[in-house]
Design a protein around this ligand. Structure first.
Ligand code: UT7
Length: 330
């Protein structure tokens, strides 16, 4: 099968902060237990930023690692896309700070806000630019400091989230077999309020009231999102397979967004995919939103689970509601 978009992932990198937040830590902070968190989510610990760290500092480290892996110099980059909903500053784009820190040229740099689907939205965007020859080398980095917007008084959501960054360099493919076989992007704005930060935007700017109501923090209707996620993950995998004509058994590795182990396992069971072909690291990092697929891709490559010529499927869904998938021949 010929790839729709002829691109190659030339290098990958990831970064997570040193600081750990374990289930035992949560037992001291809120009314919960390691047992509840583990059985309901599969999470054991998450990494969170310390003072002086931010989405940009994590993105910078992950990007440097990806560029090292790709053996590419900053001046060879043509575009930087940063997927984030927890930017370094509210203005300007985190990608612009990154451009300066990396020492890249005066190349275009922008942020893309698609929450947990961010990495895949960025990859699709980069792939089109590269395939059509507009740019040769695109740095894609998805980074999130969810701990900065998590309400640690809300036990129904705070146990989920962690911080981190995943980066790739997308370049033209040298091998005609290599590339993005197919990809899907979608959104349903009817579900926009299911995961949102109600205060601090242009409708309700920062004020004493916003602070008092803690509305500068993320609100999530977990149950509703859970239901959506379980059906969407299966549907996405099915649609991506159908669109590509690839059989499930041909996929070397599935990389799902690490939102909740039960969501991942439910999709795998329904589709008859054995869990040894599904990358899982949620136990160590929690849900890092847009960063999770990028982190997983880098980890899986380093673990020798992805080889040249392998078919890899990535799927994600999240706030927006948004969703995305990508089927790649590596
Ligand atoms: O990445 C972006 C997309 N986000 C997601 O994919 C998240 C999707 N949602 C989820 O993963 C799950 O809904 C959660 C893990 C957030 C919650 O799990 P749940 O099984 O949906 O729990 P629930 O909210 O339905 O609550 C069940 C019970 C409630 O008690 P009662 O009313 O049955 O007595 C909660 O009060 O569990 C209670 N509960 C907790 N108990 C101990 C809720 N949070 C906790 C907690 N510790 N941390």
């Amino acid at each position: 099968m010929t790839p729709n978009l002829r691109i190659a992932i030339r290098g990958t990198g990831m970064f997570v902060p040193e600081r750990r937040l374990t289930n035992a830590d949560f037992e001291k902070m809120i009314d919960t237990s390691d047992e509840w968190i583990t059985t309901r989510t599969g999470i054991k610990e998450r990494r969170i930023v310390s003072e002086g760290e931010s989405t940009m500092t994590m993105a910078l480290e992950a990007s440097r690692r990806a560029m090292n892996d790709a053996k590419i110099q900053p001046e060879e980059l043509d575009l930087i896309i940063c997927g984030t909903v927890t930017p370094h500053f509210l203005l300007p784009a985190t990608a612009c700070f990154l451009q300066a820190e990396l020492g890249a040229g005066k190349i275009p740099a922008f942020d893309l806000a698609a929450a947990c689907s961010g990495f895949l939205y960025c990859l699709m965007t980069a792939a089109h630019f590269v395939h059509h020859g507009t740019y040769r080398n695109v740095l894609v980095v998805s980074a999130e400091s969810l701990s900065r917007i998590t309400d640690y008084q809300d036990r129904g959501s705070c146990i989920l989230f962690g911080d981190g960054a995943g980066a790739i360099v997308v370049s033209q493919a040298s091998n005609p077999e290599q590339g993005l076989i197919t990809g899907i992007m979608g959104a349903d704005g009817q579900g926009a309020s299911l995961i949102c930060i109600p205060g601090g935007g242009s409708l309700t700017p920062f004020s004493d009231q916003v602070l008092k109501d803690r509305n500068y923090l993320m609100r999530m209707q977990g149950r509703e999102v859970y239901k959506f996620a379980v059906s969407k993950m299966q549907e996405l995998i099915r649609q991506t397979l159908e669109q590509s004509g690839v059989r499930q058994e041909e996929i070397a590795l599935f990389i799902p967004h690490q939102s909740n182990l039960r969501i991942i396992e439910s999709a795998a069971t329904k589709l008859g995919i054995s869990m040894d072909r599904v990358w899982v690291n949620i136990d160590r990092y929690g849900n890092t939103s847009g960063a999770s697929v990028g982190i997983s891709l880098d980890e899986a490559r380093r673990a020798g689970r992805i080889r040249t010529g392998d078919l890899v499927m990535m799927v994600a869904f999240g706030a927006g509601l948004t969703w995305g998938s990508a089927l790649l021949r590596m």
